[in-house]
Design a protein around this ligand. Sequence first.
Ligand SMILES: Nc1ncnc2c1ncn2[C@@H]1O[C@H](COP(=O)(O)OP(=O)(O)OP(=O)(O)O)[C@@H](O)[C@H]1O
Ligand SMILES: [Mg+2]
Length: 1134
Amino acid sequence: MEVKTSLLDNMIGVGDMVLLEPLNEDSFIVNLRNRFDHNEIYTYIGSVVISMNPYRSLPIYTPQKVEEYRNRNFYELSPHIYALADEAYRSLRDQDKDQCILITGESGAGKTEASKLVMSYVAAVCGKGQEVNKVKEQLLQSNPVLEAFGNAKTMRNDNSSRFGKYMDIEFDFKGDPLGGVISNYLLEKSRVCKQPRGERNFHIFYQLLSGASDDTLMKLKLDRDFSKYNYLSLDSANVNGLDDAASFRTVRNAMQIVGFMEAEVQSVLELVAAVLKLGNIEFKPESRVNGFDESRVKDKNDLKEMCELLGIEQSVLERAFSYRTVEAKMEKMSTTLNVAQAYYARDALAKNLYSRLFSWLVTRINESIKAQAKTRHKVMGVLDIYGFEIFEDNSFEQFIINYCNEKLQQIFIELTLREEQEEYIREDIEWTNIEYFNNAIICDLIENNQNGILAMLDEECLRPGTVTDDTFLDKLNTICAEHQHFESRLNKNSKFLTDHSLPHSCFRIQHYAGKVLYRVEGFVDKNNDLLYRDLSQAMYKATHSLMRQLFPEGNPAKVNLKRPPTAGFQFKASVGVLMKNLQTKNPNYIRCIKPNDKKVAHIFTDSLVCHQVRYLGLVENVRVRRAGYAFRQPYESCLERYKMLCKKTWPHWRGPARDGVEVLLTDCSVPTEEFAYGRSKIFIRNPRTLFTLEERRRACLEDLATLIQKIYRGWKSRTHFLLLKKSQVVVAAWYRRYAQQNKYQKIKSATLVMQSFVRGWKARNILRQLKYEKRCKEAVTTIAAYWHGTQARRELRHLKVAAREKHAVSVIWAGWQGTKARRELRRLKEEARRKHAVAIIWAYWLGLQVRREYRKFFRANAGKKIYDFTIQRIMQKYFLGLKTTTMSPMDNTWPAKPYGFLEGAHTQLRRIFHLWRCKKYRGQFTEEKKAVYEEKLEASEIFKDKKALYPSSVSQPFKGDYLEIQKNPKYQKLNSAMEEKVLLADLVNKINRANGKGSPRLFLLTKSNFVLADQKTGQVKASVPLPDLASVSVSTQSDGFFALKLKEGSASASKGDFLLSSEHLIEIITKLHRIGTTAADRDQINIDISDEFLVQFKQDKVCVKFIQGGPKNGNSAACKRKNNRLLEVSVPSP
Ligand SMILES: Nc1ncnc2c1ncn2[C@@H]1O[C@H](COP(=O)(O)OP(=O)(O)OP(=O)(O)O)[C@@H](O)[C@H]1O
Ligand SMILES: [Mg+2]
């Protein structure tokens, strides 16, 4: 990346217009165009920054750029808005000077963008830390919120600020941001109700409808379709490059960061929705008796929804749209509103509601971002106010906006000149006056308290009698007629000048930026800004708390009959405060210029730019700046930049910088009238002089470059040579050392050889001497030893002779003793040998005997023993294996047979074991249980494999008394009627022969008879002695039917047989059979099991036939009479 060290380096055109040569309007525009075409959108006029709107994003706002401009002097780098922001921030931080940044230019020129760039630069370079970052974030995020509510698409700008904004950012002594205060100026509220062709309402309406979730819209009673709302213009609802839905999310997020509570956001959206609803309320006339028309709400749906949203009683609001209460001196009068008045009231309410909501938002943001610490703050103000506007149709708003711009121009002129003047005084330079257009006269025309246009408008609004816009114009015509910047049709006519471009109901003001034609229509109304009290009172009655806050004058307790201050008055006052505030601060200017009217990049319309340059007075600004001296620079920087032009100052000047510059300029032969010496700066009168210096510097730089190159090359070669030389010395030294080392080694080894030879010779001599001495000593010793030896041997010989004589006697004795002993030993040995032989022979004999015996014994028994032992082991293992079997008789498991030879025993053992465990099991039975099992056994004998019902009965225990006849008081009487113990009591169905239907009966069985009794009364219906019972018939199937057949001729047989059905058939029949078996005096009862049997009913025999029925018959068997002789029982198939 190319690093610039001065504004003057690699310049495209001229970076600072002050240096423009020649200076005139054309060269000014050509320079701007040249720079604009090369993407240089910023140009300086001294310390003022001119900013051209590029209408596209340029890569000049990156973090690297921020770093590049950080802590650099203003003229050090090419012109940039960051340089201005850095200069302002540093003089605020380091010199404790409050700053203000005034951004001006017409609509769409890029003021808002510039203000955001300044804020983001300051945020990037000031201190860091959690708290500081939070403050920064809140300050930056206040922008999207205010832009959503206060900006709109206009013909000139897709994001035009429709309010003025001044933001004070507060810093502590270290330069860390503490908070801020935002002031807003006159929101263009008429836009809420009506937008010019091709323009839109405020962004928030479109953002809400496009971006809110379906749920939110439903809560707000809104529809996504823009066309449903009268207040939203449709022809330009969608703007290219604007994503309303995404912006809505950004705004909500920003509100959250700024510190809005969720409920507050909801309230704000509700009010926005209410404004939309309000626009949809329409009126119709209704004739009154007095001949006047009275307005009525046409379709009440929107009114109702709005009232529901805000918690207002519908009738109260409806009335406020039809009547108006006028109060004067304690008297109240109610007048009706016609349709036009109702529409006026509706729009006034919408405008007021929206503008108050906007002011509330600003107050609320201020609450969040206000500085906490109470210490003295340093302040940087950023002013982004609506630009100068000239439309075809200019109204009150444009008048106010243009007035504000006049004031800003005024302060610009004042402060620039003052600053220039102050600098000359500070630097002790003589000041020459300069001619420029001062717009104070226009400001006076508008704001003069006696005869200014605003004062007259107020006077007209407060005047009793009929006041119209025309009476106001008349007044202007009389009072301002002579003013040179005021024109109207009437005063032109009076001067006999005909001007057809001036309609009757208009006046024209020649502003500093051009002539603007204002249409007086609406001036009085807009200045009055009246909202009927009935409406504000209706709003105050709302349950919506934010709504009540916005209309405090609606509080009946605080009725104020005084007129509120007019809009013009309020604006003038707030502009006055702003100007005072700005005057206390050090100003920094950004003059924004719009390159074309098409809002597109790369187009530079000369006429448009020229117009702006002219009315912004930029050329004049340059002239003022150059009036005395075109260029100034601190001595140090000047000396640093040009010191190479003079031998005395190059490369270093040791004295004070001012003297150095003096020497330098004299040496360069710059004429003395071309410059002046200030206290800290050198002032150069003519840009040409500067350019000459620059030219010489450039040439000098080339020479210097050659010099540097030469010196560098010399230095490089010398360094190389020195290196070579040094290397050679090192190599030689090393070689010499190596050679000497070798020589030394050789001498050293020769010396060692010689040394060893000499030492060897010497040693051998000494050895030889020592050996001789040793031999002499040994010879003496040997001779002495021989002598002593001879002496000793002689002595020994004498001693030996004496000893031999003594020893011979002892030897002879010992020989005799020995002979005797050997004879005795020989004898004893012989004897012992003989005894031992006998014992051995005996032992051998016994052993032989024993072995013979044992062999015989072993052959007879060993096989059997081994076999027994093996069998015993196998059986043991087998029996232990059987231990796993359980004691349950139901358990059928039995271990597999382990050996073939055990087959019979294994089966037998299994049988025996089973019988044994059954016996054990039976042994545990009580008498009752035994009887039950006996019965069960009997049932099995009777029914098993014969009747299908049997298997299901096996698991049911035989209870006998199902009716609990003894306990149940219902059957007490029946129980007492029974003479014997009841063995079975159950509920059965007696089948009626006539229709096959069953009727319930109680069935009781004792040892001697069975009884059928009525189920309800317990009355005995039949009692049959068991001997009369011949047989029992049942089917083979799963039904519970059974026939009790009586013996023919018996007393009971007269009534006929019984055909019954019971759920406990198996138990009943078993019990009957058992009684028959146990009774000694009776025959056994026959049990006949077949699917067809005859039953005797009185005289007739009827056949009962069982058939298998389909599933349609249900679960139970059904009996049906087929004919006189046949009863058919259909049994469900299993
Ligand atoms: N420095 C810039 N870089 C890129 N685009 C820019 C720059 N300045 C302005 N613009 C473009 O120009 C448009 C208009 O700019 P801006 O809204 O700042 O104008 P303004 O002067 O505030 O107008 P108004 O008085 O209507 O509010 C921006 O939306 C943006 O698209
Ligand atoms: Mg703007």
